[in-house]
Write a protein of this length. Structure first.
Length: 378
């Protein structure tokens, strides 16, 4: 079996990429394969290195990609998590010389594929795909967007879904009132304000729903704007008369606590403002747990929910959001039908199946690598 080097943000950093990389690394090394993480940090991160971190690439280190690449070359294959904002340089451009310096095959996982990139973003992503041994998108939408909008080799691109925990065995503790839920790092664009306005339209239900907003404010948001967004939500909830029904849990739940919270929900709300988001770990977790979802038509939601385990409503439309929630809570059999639609796809969304596909891709790359000829045999 190959050994794996991973390049990404990583715990104790708390963000979607860090969580994804941590879970992927854990599953790929669960059977004894050797692995190590090169952790990317910035000045706001907790700098403690957890076990499994073999090197830290600090954003302010000049040409830090050189030492990062040297650490990654100790493994058979390297898996790189890509977002424009996590690596040093304009649009994270310092990841490109690192990829070119690798002496081993690389798999680049694209968490974002922009439909309207800047000229520099487009050129950078094309060069990253060119330097990679293989590229993974997590949805067919992202793959299509990449192939249509960028000059890349289609043969390099593989679709592997975002992994999800197996929540089937987690007890589903139902509450006395309908429970609406959203979670993840909080900040503008999450659309929580639309959920609050929808909740205000559901006050005629008996019993009235409660709404849990779980997650800390995104550290980048705190750095630039403090807690202004969260404070604005509290103020809006009070103005709408629903503050008593909203539970803000400003914590980062561990997997067990998050699983219990998800399984207690009647509806997961994802009213994101984004029209670009091609990958949502929250969406995949909710769907895999069998909880009906109401979401706006960001690309991943359209792909996963259309005709599937949820309802899609227009952006920034609290009336439509409230109507969809009302249907799920009151229409006989609808919630069960929506949850039932996940069963055919649930197995392939869970982490063991996802890790198996990465392992197969890694083995294909290492098998295709030309053998190293020693000086003595040359």
């Amino acid at each position: 079996m190959p050994s794996y080097g991973f390049l990404s943000t990583h715990p104790p950093t708390r963000c979607g990429l860090a969580s994804f990389n941590s879970l992927l690394a854990a599953h790929l090394t669960a059977d004894g394969a050797r692995g190590g993480v090169v952790r990317v940090t910035d000045s706001s991160d907790d700098q403690r290195a957890l076990p499994g971190v073999v090197h830290t690439w600090a954003a302010r280190t000049p040409a830090g990609w050189r030492d990062a690449a040297a650490a990654l070359n100790a493994f058979d294959v390297v898996i790189v998590q890509h977002e424009y904002g996590i690596y040093p340089g304009a649009d994270g451009q310092d990841v490109l010389p690192l990829l070119r310096r690798l002496a081993v095959p690389s798999i680049v996982v694209l968490h974002t594929v922009l439909s309207h990139p800047t000229t520099r973003q487009k050129s950078l992503l094309e060069q990253i795909v060119g330097a990679a041994g293989a590229v993974v998108t997590m949805t067919g939408t992202a793959r299509d967007r990449l192939l249509v909008g960028y000059s890349v080799d289609p043969a390099k691109v593989t679709v592997i879904p975002h992994g999800a925990a197996d929540q089937v065995g987690v007890p589903a503790t139902r509450r006395t009132r309908p429970h609406l839920l959203t979670w993840g790092l909080l900040g503008p664009g999450k659309g929580i304000e639309w959920s609050l306005r929808a909740l205000a339209r559901l006050q005629d239900l008996d019993p009235t729903p409660t709404f849990t907003v779980a997650g800390r404010t995104h550290p980048k948001v705190i750095e630039h704007h403090g807690e202004a967004y969260r404070a604005g939500l509290h103020q809006l909830g009070a103005q709408l008369g629903v503050a008593h029904a909203v539970d803000y849990q400003a914590v980062y739940h561990d997997p067990a606590a998050l699983g219990a919270l998800i399984r207690s929900a009647d509806v997961v709300l994802l009213p994101y403002d984004s029209r670009e988001q091609v990958t949502s770990g929250v969406l995949v977790e909710a769907v895999a747990a069998g909880v009906p979802v109401v979401a706006t038509p960001f690309p991943h939601a359209v792909e996963l929910l259309t005709g599937g385990p949820g309802l899609v409503v227009p952006h920034q439309d609290p009336a439509a959001l409230a109507a969809a929630i009302r249907r799920i809570l009151t229409e006989p059999g609808l919630a069960a039908r929506l949850a039932g639609r996940i069963r055919p796809m649930a197995a392939e969304l869970r982490w063991p199946a996802v890790a198996f596909r990465y392992e197969a891709l890694a083995e294909r790359l290492t098998a295709a690598r030309p053998p190293v000829v020693s000086a003595a045999s040359a």
